[in-house]
Design a protein around this ligand. Structure first.
Ligand SMILES: [Zn+2]
Length: 219
């Protein structure tokens, strides 16, 4: 057997509705693959499916007052202690403020299947765990080549995977489809992001690789 690798699947919720979140979580539950969510808003399905400490936060610092944004989301999920920001927004005042508020772990760096990733000691003194593979980065690069992606996935280094409930639900094949269907929400019936990720994850699972939550990874 190939060397066993640990994969960590995460999802940035990005204000998806309950139906879309449930659709994604149900698939992971059914296939016994753990997933860690980074929440954006009050969601009963998230609160029901995870322990309070196991939910990460996905702050939107693209506009608005930083402290207000932190306060608002922390009020909904007061036990969270790790984060990843919307659009991977990053700067030193934000890192320092969140660190001060107990957020010593983040997954707030995005790569395109970079080799040899490892946790990075950031300027605030916390640990940043880079993302290896993300659905909309694949869409950006128009990369649906399962075999080439699987090949990269067997390389050395951290393997954090990030998906979005809306792309999983819509089975987004490309950004044009997403733009045209994000309002009427008609899932794509051909080969899209959902079919690709399902094939990738099940292939890794059947090869005997291990899936862990983000909390297990940072432990
Ligand atoms: Zn986001």
């Amino acid at each position: 057997m190939e060397k066993q690798i640990k994969y960590c699947v995460t999802a940035d919720i990005d204000w998806a509705n309950e139906k879309e979140i449930k659709y994604m979580l149900d698939w992971f539950k059914k296939n016994k693959i753990p997933i860690t969510v980074f929440a954006t808003h009050d969601s009963q399905i998230i609160k029901k499916s995870f322990k309070p400490k196991d939910i990460g936060l996905h702050f939107n610092f693209m506009n608005g007052d930083m402290l207000k944004v932190i306060r608002k989301l922390r009020k909904i999920y007061p036990d969270s202690y790790f984060f990843r920001n919307h659009c991977f927004f990053n700067n030193t005042p934000m890192l320092i403020e969140l660190h001060k508020q107990g957020f010593v772990f983040d997954s707030n760096i995005c790569t395109y299947m970079a080799d040899g990733l490892k946790p990075i000691l950031n300027c605030a003194g916390g640990q940043s765990y880079p993302v290896f593979l993300e659905d909309d980065v694949l869409l950006l690069h128009k990369n649906m080549d399962k075999e080439a992606i699987l090949n990269k996935m067997s390389s050395e280094g951290l393997k954090i995977i990030n998906i979005h409930p809306i792309h999983f639900y819509l089975n987004t094949p490309d950004m044009e489809y997403y733009t045209l269907n994000k309002i009427n929400k008609i899932p794509y019936e051909g080969y899209g992001i959902r079919t690709l990720f399902i094939e990738l994850l099940l292939t890794l699972k059947y090869k005997g690789h291990k899936f862990v939550t983000f909390q297990e990874l940072i432990r």
